[in-house]
Design a protein around this ligand. Sequence first.
Ligand code: URP
Ligand code: ZN
Ligand code: ZN
Ligand code: ZN
Length: 485
Amino acid sequence: MSTVIKGGTIVAADRSYEADILIEGETIKAIGPDLKGEKVIDAAGALVMPGGIDPHTHLEMPFMGTTAAETWESGTFAGLSGGTTMVVDFAIPNDKGMLAAFDDWYGRADRSASGDYSFHMCVTGWDERTFDEMETIVGRGINTFKHFMAYKGALMVNDDEMFASFQRCAALGALPLVHAENGDIVAALQQKYMAAGVTGPEGHAYSRPPEVEGEATNRAIMIADAAGVPVYIVHVSCEQAHEAIRRARQKGMRVYGEPLIQHLVLDETEYFNKDWDYAARRVMSPPFRDKSHQDSLWAGLAAGSLQIVATDHCSFTTEQKRFGLGNFTKIPNGTGGIEDRMPVLWTKGVETGRLTENEFVAVTSTNIAKALNIYPRKGAIVPGADADLVVWDPKLSKTISAASQKSIIDYNVFEGVQVSGLPRYTLSRGEVVWSDGQNSTPQPGRGKFIPRKPFPAVNKAVSKWKELTAPRAVTRSPEHMPIGV
Ligand code: URP
Ligand code: ZN
Ligand code: ZN
Ligand code: ZN
């Protein structure tokens, strides 16, 4: 069965041009004028872009005494409806180890995902088993390891553990990811505000000021430099963290920065809302910031110092958020966005002139595929690539509302936001899986695990330079040595 996408403008990360796309089976066969296929998809007046990749989700994540309510089934389908054709989720080993975590995550995703997926493996401590398992995990097609500098007493790792793991990543050709917040200071500030009687969701924001993120970001970057490995900083929310990344990149360090769509458009006044539920639903780490930080994040995307827009989709119901009534430190941390990332970024970014349409494709798909080493199978419109495509209609519009969303959560942090720019069709490996106004439904089990090989180039370059410039012992001939001692 062949399909042709006809009459659209292809928007890639590097250029826009008019052409049809011929799909055979699951992949792109040809790109050019006047192509013919058995089935025709109308793209007149629309833009055809590579499917979005969300590199940061937590579907069904066990966290803070509960489990994120968004499932693999609802979450991946919500993603498809918003133009996201692949997610990368975080597998957490706990005591069972990385191999058990891999099997766990793989089992759930394999049964339930409608779109393609991969995993990052979390490093939550350091011992010989972790050292050994990391290699096996790389062999299973995972090339990224996540480190939490926050969540003291739970997921947090210390500097020595992080340094050991980063060196192991360097040796395996893997990329470390970091949640950068100073967990010791956060824990102390949480106690301080609770003791002062600040028990509501605003205490969450007060206890995680931008400085603790800036400090940790800088520290993670310096540890990566010492280990001779590139590093990827997740959910960059503020100027202080962006500044550390910018500075490092200007010094030639290989650092990726990932702001979230939430931090680009929502600000900390959300936590001051008089309605407890409203404020608690927006509790995530790092918290939403003063509006002034948004300009920094948008500028970073335009300048290239930040390259990726994600969601950190980790959605809890209102009932779950209420575990933290009377104690903000117990409100499960996380917000959603998988369905809305692309339309909101298009509306607030491209429609305002902050981003070009090509930059939009870069930060939602192409840069991510490159950073995670699945390019050009994903993130590109070229012959041979998976036919993960979005027929994007800039004229389609809606008002975001929990009442009509695909996500199964009872609220939406973007409630009431008007978006223009939505998928007319979303294709996953050649099949139309979302069609505007056509009652599309989830196809659990349709999604495939996409293996990711170790990094061929960047890690090699960084470690070669590290080796060439490494400190060496000074050779001294006998006549330059003290005599008679
Ligand atoms: O609040 C958040 N971000 N929850 C998900 C876990 C994490 O830190 O990424
Ligand atoms: Zn995090
Ligand atoms: Zn996260
Ligand atoms: Zn001499």
